[in-house]
Design a protein around this ligand. Structure first.
Ligand code: HEC
Ligand code: HEC
Length: 328
């Protein structure tokens, strides 16, 4: 009996040590208490030094063919890592097709890009690097270019036990992207501590989550997105087929991933092609009930909002801005 207790104690100790080791990385990027846990890939768990390497690569213009652009040229830190242009400009003045999204809380995104065409963040970073309309440099050429940087080489060896190559670059950039957590807005104070929103924000919040607007049928949860592909009916005809490009289904034409609305007041222009400049324009769009494209969701219908309702919804959207982050 006693030996059984020893065995159990021994197992508990081993398990506790094991658990501590497995979860050691969790304090590195503390998950906000009111956010879901982040599902980190087993082979690329957060490590401070790897995040730091990813950060330096993110701001490094050598990642574009003519050394004019870094990731941060289209994902500007002061705008929650989004772009201020409707569609981003790549190397040699190339004009892209889509609006660059905010990278804040990208750790929670299940499928990347507005059509969900990319499944892993680790693979993702090679796409803008090699894309002719973005950074336009083949990975081999980039690795060759960076191989002369003794400091980078040494860091790669220390952290990954290999020379700086596409593996190291993509792992590190993914680590940095996942570290961009934003959870300190006025709305978060409300969620966490029950601190009151002001009157207009509160009326906006109630409207947003009410069947009168249906906003929260698609924008829900702490990130204000269900991560599904939906058509909110911004076009009569969609030039960009959206989700249909991936699924090949006609019923997916004009459907795009529902974006998180966190920091939305500072991430304009809006929608997949940056065709909306302001939140007021967006509220008008929803109030009219969309352009009635055949795939438009049934939840987009004329809302009959008063001017006060519209202002309140906009006030609520402003309460989603992470003040602490911006002033940092
Ligand atoms: C020329 C502008 C430009 C540059 C440079 C650029 N991006 Fe982007 N990024 C975009 C656009 C536009 C999208 C949206 C593409 C789409 O939906 O098809 C995007 C999407 C993303 C996404 C997906 C986010 C999501 O929510 O689906 C990630 C992650 C990302 N970029 C990271 C990076 C990294 C890392 C770099 C540097 C290696 C980089 N980007 C460089 C314009 C750019
Ligand atoms: C049927 C699902 C659905 C409903 C209902 C819905 N949205 Fe959206 N919303 C979307 C989708 C999808 C997009 C992105 C469309 C695109 O990329 O072209 C979007 C985009 C937005 C954007 C722009 C975000 C950005 O970064 O570009 C805002 C703001 C927004 N919605 C607010 C609202 C509000 C307010 C309501 C309620 C009045 C609402 N939405 C109702 C699906 C929905």
């Amino acid at each position: 009996m006693q030996s059984n207790i020893y065995v159990i104690c021994f197992l508990i100790i081993i398990l506790t040590i094991g658990c501590q080791k497995a979860d050691d990385f969790l304090h590195i990027i503390p998950t906000p208490e009111h956010f879901p846990a982040i599902d980190y890939p087993i082979k690329n768990k957060p490590q401070l030094e790897k995040i730091a390497l990813g950060k330096s690569l993110f701001f490094d213009t050598r990642l574009s063919v003519d050394s004019t652009l870094s990731c941060a040229s289209c994902h500007l830190p002061e705008y929650a890592f989004s772009d201020t242009l409707a569609v981003s400009k790549g190397v040699h003045g190339a004009v892209g097709k889509r609006n660059a999204p905010s990278l804040m809380n990208v750790a929670y995104v299940p499928l990347f890009n507005k059509d969900g065409g990319v499944t892993k963040l680790e693979i993702f970073s090679l796409l803008p690097i090699e894309d002719h309309s973005e950074m336009g440099i083949p990975a081999i050429q980039l690795v060759d270019r960076l191989s002369g940087d003794a400091h980078l080489q040494q860091t790669a060896q220390q952290l990954y036990g290999r020379p700086l190559d596409a593996f190291v670059i993509t792992r590190s950039l993914a680590q940095f992207s996942r570290s961009l957590i934003s959870a300190e807005s006025h709305y978060d104070d409300f969620l966490k501590e029950g601190l009151a929103l002001n009157d207009s924000e509160e009326r906006g919040r109630e409207l947003f989550f009410s069947p009168k607007t249906n906003c929260s049928k698609c924008h829900n949860g702490v990130l204000l997105t269900n991560h599904q592909f939906e058509s909110n009916g911004t076009k009569v005809e969609y030039l960009d087929q959206g989700r249909k490009l991936i699924s090949a289904k006609e019923t997916d034409r004009g459907k795009f991933r529902v974006p998180s609305l966190r920091n939305v007041a500072i991430t304009g222009p809006y929608m997949h092609d940056g065709s909306f400049d302001s939140l007021a324009e967006i509220i008008e769009h929803y109030n009219k009930g969309g352009q009635k494209h055949i795939n438009q969701s049934e939840f987009i219908k004329p809302l009959g909002l008063s001017n006060e309702d519209k202002n309140d919804l906009i006030a609520f959207l402003h309460s989603l801005t992470d003040k602490k982050y911006i002033y940092n």
